[in-house]
Write a protein that binds this ligand. Structure first.
Ligand code: URA
Length: 234
């Protein structure tokens, strides 16, 4: 792909804007030599205003989603995209969340522009473990772990029972729940089915990938080894 188009597709600006940046000498190689738009050069060796370009398509972002942000490009209110460089919203291919977390859920969220990877992660066949920590309005009854593990729990308005899920009780009102699927508001609806209510929800881990010190609102680009971690673990 032509360099001009590559830079525009990374969301930096329109093709017309990027063409002007070439003319203005803002696009160079690693030695500061000005490039023209037909230059044949690896994007990794290109500098824009002296800075390396963003990662090419195949980008996977790990975001520590704070409470209060919506996984959408256009809802009113704060969006997960507000936490990333603004140009990421204009990348082509699009950077999409891998599944969703509710506005009031915090924790590990992946975004990618790799549609194949996205489907491999969210596919029910992949059975990737998602680990949640829930705080509850009422004390646990004691029978929730057996019910969630049974593979027979049918949520309101659903036709197929949930896959077995593992519950670890941390305190009478705190629990860790491991799911191998991702239905709409699943954790909140599971506890609602037991007469309880989730007051705070956090996703700590997907596969073997954790937030690993990333503070709420922070993000980083994943490398191939990180991505493999998503497919590891139980
Ligand atoms: N289950 C929920 O209820 N909410 C989430 O955000 C994720 C899983």
């Amino acid at each position: 792909m032509k360099l001009l188009r590559h830079i525009a597709n990374l969301g930096y600006g329109s093709r017309r804007e990027v063409a002007a940046w070439f003319r203005d000498g803002r696009i160079s190689d690693t030695h500061g030599n000005m490039l023209d738009e037909d230059a044949r050069i690896a994007p990794g060796d290109v500098r824009l205003d002296g800075e390396p370009l963003d990662p090419p398509p195949g980008l996977v972002v790990l975001l520590h989603k704070p409470v209060g942000y919506t996984c959408s490009t256009k809802d009113p209110g704060r969006l997960i995209y507000d936490l990333l460089p603004r140009r990421f919203r204009y990348r082509d291919p699009l950077l999409s969340p891998v599944g969703r977390l509710d506005r009031d859920t915090s924790g590990l969220l992946l975004l990618t522009d790799d549609g194949g990877l996205l489907h491999r992660i969210i596919s029910p066949k992949a059975r990737i473990a998602k680990h949640y920590e829930a705080e509850l309005a009422e004390d646990l009854r004691g029978d929730e772990a057996a019910l969630f593990a049974s593979g027979t729990l049918l949520l309101d308005a659903e036709k197929t029972p949930l896959l077995p899920a593992q519950l670890a009780v941390l305190t009478p009102r705190r629990a860790r729940l491991t799911l191998h699927e991702g239905r709409y508001h699943q954790v909140r609806r599971m506890f609602a089915a037991t007469g309880n209510r989730v007051t705070a929800l956090h996703r700590a881990r997907v596969g073997a990938l954790t937030l690993d010190g990333l503070a709420p609102g922070q993000w980083r680009a994943l490398d191939a080894a990180d991505v493999q971690r998503v497919f590891a673990g139980d």
